[in-house]
Design a protein around this ligand. Structure first.
Ligand code: NAI
Length: 343
């Protein structure tokens, strides 16, 4: 079996971190055929398109993408490639597991939290215009279809993975119609999953509750903008964005990506930490039906994280990006597959 995967290395540190992840994935013995494409400014130079047709066709063919970070110009230029890809392929569910790694100092050990964020609508869509000079309007469009679809995704994930609790996060006390609709849809779906405890918290209170005691939550279900903000807050529980994987799921297509940026300050220096993109690749392995390989890499990653010298410099180690990948491959060769992969 050969898995065809669309690879978007991205720019900045993207090619270095995805290159390391690809090397580790291939060391599992699984056969991959990578269809690699540029996106963003680099693609524009070659194809005069930020998301080349060839890339779109490849994703439509493979249904699975692994993506590195792509630089987005601020305050002008082209739209975020991530947002465009989510829209283009209707990747409506953003999935972010938040889980500690050994030896990364954080305020909270043993966090195990999942964030499910609606990816296609709400205020985050940025539908804005200037009514008259000095007055702007920003539209928050919410639909029953998208709210029900994301709630169902969350509850299905909980059922399949034996998670216990889902909290829908909202501001329906103020946004009575839009967030009210989101809650109504979540409640309707929740009724079909009686084994999962369903709760609702207001988003500002949730920020405080999370910082006071993240262990009270199991899964958080949110509309787009709250999900965007709270995902980063939760990343801080496990050491920051450099450790957190991400996935964007549609009904047929899924794109897996690290949530950090292209880090232009360290690009091209073999310094970047590939952990986040590697953890995203583990989600990909589980998605394509290779959980044992995901477990093998996860065990190796956790083993390497027990020895600070083998880590990259951002986490106090001495290894380069490629040396870190070598350490993982070596750890994988000596590791036993023992525990079942549950999360
Ligand atoms: P950034 O995440 O690129 O960098 C912030 C800081 O974290 C920098 O000091 C960087 O060196 C460090 N850092 C990030 N990833 C690292 C890694 N893997 N290993 C070691 N250190 C790492 O965020 P910034 O500077 O705000 O954005 C830079 C560019 O990336 C922007 O153009 C932005 O639009 C884009 N971006 C792209 C994303 C994506 O494609 N998924 C997500 C976020 C930002």
């Amino acid at each position: 079996m050969v898995y065809k995967i669309t690879l978007i290395p991205g720019d900045g540190i993207g090619p270095e971190v995805t290159g390391a992840a690809v090397r580790i994935l291939e060391a599992t013995g699984i056969k991959f055929e990578w269809e690699s494409f540029e996106a963003g400014a680099e693609a524009y130079e070659k194809y005069h398109e930020y998301i080349p047709k060839e890339l779109v066709a490849s994703i439509e063919r493979t249904h699975v993408g692994l993506k590195g970070p792509v630089t987005t110009p601020i305050g002008g230029g082209f739209a975020s490639i991530n947002v465009e890809l989510r829209k283009r392929f209707e990747l409506y569910a953003n999935f972010r597991p938040i889980r500690n790694l050994p030896h990364i100092p954080t305020r909270y050990p043993d966090v195990d939290l999942i964030i499910i964020r609606e990816n296609t609508e709400g205020l985050y869509s940025g539908i804005e215009h200037e009514v008259v000079p000095g007055v702007v309007e920003s539209l928050k469009i919410m639909t029953e279809k998208a709210s029900t679809r994301i709630a169902r995704f969350a509850f299905e994930h909980a059922r399949k993975n034996k998670r216990k609790k889902i909290h829908a996060i909202h501001k329906a006390n103020i946004m009575k119609l839009s967030d009210g609709l989101f809650l109504r849809c979540a409640r309707n779906v929740a009724k079909q999953y009686p084994e999962i405890t369903y709760g609702e918290h207001i988003v500002d209170n949730t920020c405080m509750q999370l910082v006071m005691n993240p262990y009270q939550y199991d899964m958080l279900l949110m509309e787009n903008l709250y999900g965007d903000i709270l995902s980063d807050l939760c990343a801080a529980f496990v050491g920051g964005l450099g450790f957190v994987p991400g996935a964007n799921f549609g009904d047929e297509i899924a794109i897996f990506e690290a949530v950090h940026g292209s880090a232009p300050d360290i690009a091209g220096k073999n310094l970047a930490n590939p952990t986040a993109v590697l953890r995203s690749a583990l989600l990909m392995l589980r998605h394509i039906g290779e959980p044992d390989a995901a477990l093998k890499i996860r065990n190796a990653l956790e083993k390497v994280y027990r020895d600070r010298d083998k880590l990259t410099r951002d986490v106090g180690g001495r290894a380069s990006t490629s040396e870190f990948a070598d350490h993982i491959i070596r750890a994988m060769e000596s590791a036993e597959v023992e525990q079942p992969l549950t999360r």
